[in-house]
Design a protein around this ligand. Structure first.
Ligand SMILES: C[S@@+](CC[C@H](N)C(=O)[O-])C[C@H]1O[C@@H](n2cnc3c(N)ncnc32)[C@H](O)[C@@H]1O
Length: 381
């Protein structure tokens, strides 16, 4: 199915529900954790599938929070399944909920992206923790990123095709694609070493600024990418993974390309990658260190065009200044980044850098954050 409209597209919701590996794992975790009479919070309820599984496991009340119009599905499905007296659909962004009528003992949510911490999940879970009863159980409790050294043949073949299109060479496009972070389903033969699971990161921890891991190399030869998957612990003994070779889910791997790095069988590459903006379309930078060299990558290098195009990529208006609501304008003015009722991305970045040098140590990071803020504002307008 081709999906067009995000989470209000029924095909998008269907693709998640039809991911049997995912739903089965959640069903097992919910059956294990939810006790009769429990108050449960389901964040990002979608079709209401997890809320209904919780109700069927005996929950006395399920608050099913969904920020899109999909909340209508939650209401209809709860009614059709005779669970309307247990499930209370709430249309809201969890960030805007200050309290619930009862504090939940269980919080369930599926906000995993191909690169696990998606949809601001850390921030959302931290907010859920504040709303929940002391000692509440989160599903998932934590996740680990899974790293692997890779040499994906499919990507190489695609690039080779661009070297001759009707006898014309498209080298500039090839060059950009070489730097592009790709979401790809890899096969075990695309890897040149075993997968390595990083440390468990609690779902409600602060979003890490760096994800550090290892990618062992099992055969001599060039490594051209680091593949990242995840394993989420939904409940004790119930894991959900997107690792290469595991039962297929609707998630694929995130592939961070590097210029070929000669690998030696037995060595382990050190991987450091960091997401630079908190918006949903993350951009990453990364560094891979092996015995025979260091390679660095930056997702922004792959984009075609100049800064104006970057703004468009991020969904910002690019003609004229961006009108901002009074609250952000006042806040930006305080930092020195505003001109009357508009905010200039570069000035805001400079102000962020000056005000919080430990958080935005260089202008690139500060500009990313400024763009992210402006994008959020632009969407809210
Ligand atoms: C990955 S889907 C999961 C849907 C459903 N729980 C399931 O398991 O099939 C995430 C859902 O969370 C919603 N969502 C994302 N962030 C949210 C937030 N901050 N507050 C409320 N809903 C949110 C999205 O609109 C989407 O429907």
């Amino acid at each position: 199915m081709t999906r067009l409209y995000g989470y209000v597209d029924p095909a998008e919701q269907a693709a998640m529900v039809l991911d049997h590996v995912r739903v089965d794992a959640y069903a097992r975790a919910i059956a294990q954790v939810v006790r009769p009479g429990d108050v449960v919070l389901d964040i990002g309820s979608g079709t209401g599938i997890l809320a209904m599984l919780a109700a069927r496991a005996g929950a006395g009340r399920v608050y099913a929070v969904e920020r899109t119009g999909a909340v209508e599905l939650v209401r209809l499905h709860a009614k059709a399944n005779g669970l309307a007296d247990v499930i209370e659909p709430i249309r809201a962004d969890l960030a805007d909920i200050e309290s619930l009528p009862e504090a939940p003992r269980v919080v369930v949510s599926e906000m995993l992206g191909h690169f696990a911490p998606a949809e601001q999940s850390h921030r959302v879970y931290r907010q859920a923790r504040r709303l929940a009863a002391a000692g509440a159980v989160l599903i998932p409790t934590d996740y680990r990123l899974v790293f692997a050294a890779a040499r994906p043949r499919g990507a190489e073949l695609e690039l080779a095709e661009l070297a001759d299109v009707h006898g014309l060479r498209l080298d500039a496009l090839i060059e950009r694609l070489r730097h592009r972070v790709a979401l790809t389903r890899l096969a075990p033969h695309d890897l040149v070493g075993p997968q390595w699971a990083g440390p468990a990161i609690p779902s409600d921890a602060e979003l890490p600024t760096h994800f550090v891991g290892e990618a062992p190399v099992a055969v001599d030869g060039p490594v051209t990418a680091i593949a990242v998957s995840f394993t989420a612990t939904l409940a004790p003994g119930v894991e959900l993974t997107s690792a290469v070779g595991a039962a297929a889910t609707h998630w694929v791997q995130t592939l961070f390309p590097i210029d070929p790095l000669p690998g030696r069988a037995g060595e382990s590459l050190a991987v450091d990658l960091w997401p630079r903006i908190s918006a949903d379309r993350g951009t990453w930078a990364w560094r891979v260190t092996g015995e025979r060299g260091v390679r660095e990558g930056d997702a922004m290098d792959a984009l075609v065009g100049d800064r104006t195009d970057f703004l468009a990529q991020l969904g910002l208006r690019t003609r004229g200044p961006i009108a901002t609501p009074a609250r952000l304008a006042a806040w930006a003015a305080m930092l020195g980044g505003a001109t009357s009722d508009t905010v200039d991305a570069d000035r805001l970045a400079a102000a962020l850098h000056a005000a919080m040098p430990h958080r935005y140590p260089d202008m690139t990071e500060a500009r990313q954050e400024a763009l992210s803020l402006l994008r959020a504002v632009d969407r809210a307008n």
